[in-house]
Design a protein around this ligand. Structure first.
Ligand code: NAP
Length: 310
């Protein structure tokens, strides 16, 4: 069987940066990505805080540039959803739905997925008015009313994006102050199409064929409100794609993977990077830094266990 020096799991900024570094280190490397689960950056319209692009860059374009840079080096890129990792002597077996790969090291940077509210109507109307991606679905809501749930950077950024299409965007937040960066807050407050609904906890989403209303409870007074609208965009944070790491390396109580500053986990040979890392600020630039650190650590580790080349 083909034995890799490193198998990188994830085709987002963390995994792609790890790919560039592993490629330059001339490690025999396989990068596994999943086309069915697009990474968060691809779904981001405008990135304003990635250095070197003062005029901003579209998420899809940034990932394409990173991918083209990876392809300059001799890295194998393949599709595969990783389902498990198993130790086999000095090697790790990486299992996907269709294959098993053997490698000296694993660099896991599979990112995170959108959290769900878990309220009635959310599942039923998914794709029929309920969405977790403004770039994917925003255009369906031209001249319509939508609600955005959440008060973090994602909710505020995506609410601003949605005003390109929707005639009205209600931003519902469970508290009376936003968590989002001040620059995003200022842009949202200045946008006449955005209406803020504070101290509001979503209770259910209703409709017939598609969404027609959102029912929410006020936390500052005993009142339940019915807001007529056409769509509900949910941006209440993320949970890590670490199912295949659970029981293999140490994770915190919410499933985020624990690593030291060199991205070494509790298991020798397994390194992590990007949004999956417990305590990460979850920024593209930080994911890239993690990917670089993880591959440098993997390179040291692999050269140590393989010993000097004959
Ligand atoms: P986040 O910062 O965790 O914010 C989640 C928001 O959802 C919070 O406002 C939270 O309310 C609310 N929320 C959580 N659970 C809820 C529930 N069950 N019901 C109602 N509301 C709920 O997540 P995020 O905004 O997706 O950001 C994730 C990370 O990506 C952050 O580190 C962020 O800085 C980064 N990011 C950066 C940019 C950028 O730099 N431009 C853009 C997007 C994301 P509370 O505030 O009350 O907790």
């Amino acid at each position: 069987m083909n034995i890799y020096d490193s198998v990188i799991i994830g085709g987002g900024p963390a995994g792609l940066t790890a790919g560039i570094y592993c490629g330059r280190a001339m490690m025999k490397t396989l990068l596994l990505e999943t086309y069915s689960v697009p990474n968060q950056v691809v779904l981001t319209d405008e990135i304003e805080n990635y250095p070197g692009f003062p005029e901003g860059i579209n998420g899809f374009d940034l990932i394409e540039k990173m991918k083209n840079q990876v392809k300059k080096f001799n890295i194998e890129i393949s599709e595969g959803l990783v389902t498990g990792l198993k130790k086999n002597g000095k090697l790790w077996q990486v299992k996907t739905e269709n294959s098993t790969y053997e490698t000296y090291s694993v660099i896991a940077g599979a990112g995170a997925k959108a959290r769900e509210l878990g309220i009635p109507g959310e599942k039923e109307f998914r794709g029929k008015g309920v969405s977790y991606c403004a770039v994917c679905d925003g255009a369906f809501f031209r001249n319509k009313s939508v609600a955005v749930i959440g008060g973090g950077d994602t909710a505020v950024q995506e609410a601003i994006y949605l005003t390109r299409y929707a005639s009205r965007v209600f931003l519902l937040h469970r508290r009376d102050t936003l968590r989002a960066q001040k620059i995003l807050q200022a842009q949202a407050f200045a946008n006449k199409k955005i209406e803020f609904i504070w101290n509001a906890v979503p209770e259910k989403i209703t409709g017939s064929q598609t969404v027609t209303a959102l029912v929410y409870n006020k936390t500052d007074r005993p009142e339940t409100m019915n807001l007529a609208l056409d769509g509900v965009f949910i941006f209440i944070g993320f949970s890590p794609n670490t199912a295949f790491l659970s029981g293999v390396i140490s994770c915190d109580q919410d499933g985020w993977a624990i690593a030291d500053q060199r991205m070494q986990t509790s298991e020798a040979g397994i390194f992590i990077c990007g949004d999956v890392r417990a305590g990460s600020y979850r920024q593209i630039i930080i994911a890239c830094g993690d990917g670089a650190a993880a591959s440098l650590s993997a390179e040291h580790y692999v050269s140590k266990i393989k010993g000097p080349a004959a």
